[in-house]
Design a protein around this ligand. Structure first.
Ligand code: SAH
Ligand code: SF4
Length: 342
């Protein structure tokens, strides 16, 4: 057992409905959480919080809590972004996780324990709209932290089922999104095994030549195959697929590239989500300007394809994929920074 899936309990001692000798016996045999410590930073006035979690073998992973207050009480949204692997083997050059390389697969318990981290005080206690037991429609989990979830599909799927379980967190599959760099067999498994879970595909380029460089897994499953898999998902599940596109200044943000993207996205149940690059220290690239993002979005819109621009939360705490981890690499968390116990 790698986690006590009681949403708000912070330790076995909180499970006061269990007799003390039983709690002690459980504590002797099992770890309460697979996360042994977490270092947490806040940004956006406390609306964004990011944690680097240390696991039993010293591997570190990241998760992020993002809160979007609503106009009225109960109308806000909360999104928790979690990791599926320690590191990532896909090696996208603009991504801090990709630059750091692959560590190991996460277990289903390690994936679920990231979500549970944010269910403990003070995080979800700080005025979030979502409370265990109510208002769940505003609560979302996204696999957009470290790692390629469909390169760890068995454990990611097991974690999704644990998150769905009404006896645990009871988070509906429709509130969970798996983001993939384009692992085609994994997308087909999602169609068969998790058809209610949302699919996001990280496209980032409209030609194979450029995508081979930006998302190297493209050499195995090129754009046509990835888009065809997205179309199969949409046709079988009748659910809209999100095509993610990181905008990198002077690399993939020209008008003809916007038109190429609109062509790939048009005519089926998809929508384009633009993300200005959050620059990483290991890369020479920078994000497209706000005006450039608007122009790119307008081209897509004129082609009749639904398009959104993702807000960039938590820039000052290195909230993009793998960035805080990279900043802390090689530094012992407890010595350099206060360790907040999970
Ligand atoms: N491996 C999966 C999921 C994790 S990455 C995938 O690639 O889809 C989640 C998203 O963050 C992906 O769309 C990825 O391309 C994007 N991302 C990675 N590094 C980024 C950066 N520096 N700035 C903006 N987005 C980034
Ligand atoms: Fe891996 Fe996704 Fe980063 Fe690419 S963007 S290296 S697939 S985590």
């Amino acid at each position: 057992m790698s986690g006590a899936h009681r949403p708000t309990a912070a330790s076995l001692d909180d499970l006061t409905d269990l007799p003390r000798p039983l709690r002690q016996a459980v504590a002797d045999e099992f770890a309460f959480s697979s996360i042994i410590g977490s270092h947490t930073l806040e940004a956006d006035g406390g609306l964004t919080a990011k944690a680097v979690h240390e696991l039993g073998d010293g591997q570190r992973i990241e998760s992020v809590l993002m809160r979007y207050p609503g106009r009225n009480a109960g109308s806000g949204r909360t999104t928790v972004c979690i990791s599926s692997q320690a590191g990532c083997a896909v090696a996208c050059p603009f991504c801090a996780t990709g630059q750091a390389g692959f560590g190991r697969q996460l277990t289903a318990g390690e994936i679920v324990d990231q979500v549970l981290h944010w269910h403990r005080a003070p995080w979800l206690a700080l005025g979030a709209d979502w409370r265990p037991g109510g208002g769940r429609s505003h609560y979302n989990i996204v696999f957009m932290g470290m790692g390629e979830p469909l390169n760890n599909a068995d454990r990611v799927f097991a974690a999704v089922r644990l998150l769905n379980d009404p006896a645990r967190l009871g988070i509906g599959a429709r509130h969970i999104t798996v983001s993939t760099s384009g692992v085609v067999p994994g997308i087909d498994r999602m169609i068969d095994e998790l058809p209610q879970v949302n699919l996001a595909i990280s496209l980032h380029a409209a030609t194979d030549e450029l995508r081979d460089e930006l998302v190297p897994i493209n050499r195995k499953w090129p754009i046509a195959e990835v888009v065809a898999a997205g179309q199969r998902f949409a046709a079988r599940t009748r659910r809209r697929v999100s095509l993610e596109y990181v905008l990198i200044d002077g690399v993939n943000d020209a008008a003809d590239q916007a038109m190429g993207l609109a062509e790939l996205a048009g005519g089926w149940l998809s929508h384009v989500n633009l993300i200005p690059l959050n620059p990483t220290p290991g890369s020479r690239w920078s994000g497209t300007s706000a005006a450039g993002v608007r122009a790119f979005a307008a081209t897509i819109e004129r082609a009749g394809v639904p398009v959104t621009v993702r807000d960039t939360r938590g820039r000052e705490i290195e909230a993009a994929c793998g960035q805080l981890h990279a900043q802390l690499a090689g530094r012992p968390i407890p010595a350099a920074l206060p360790l907040v116990t999970a």
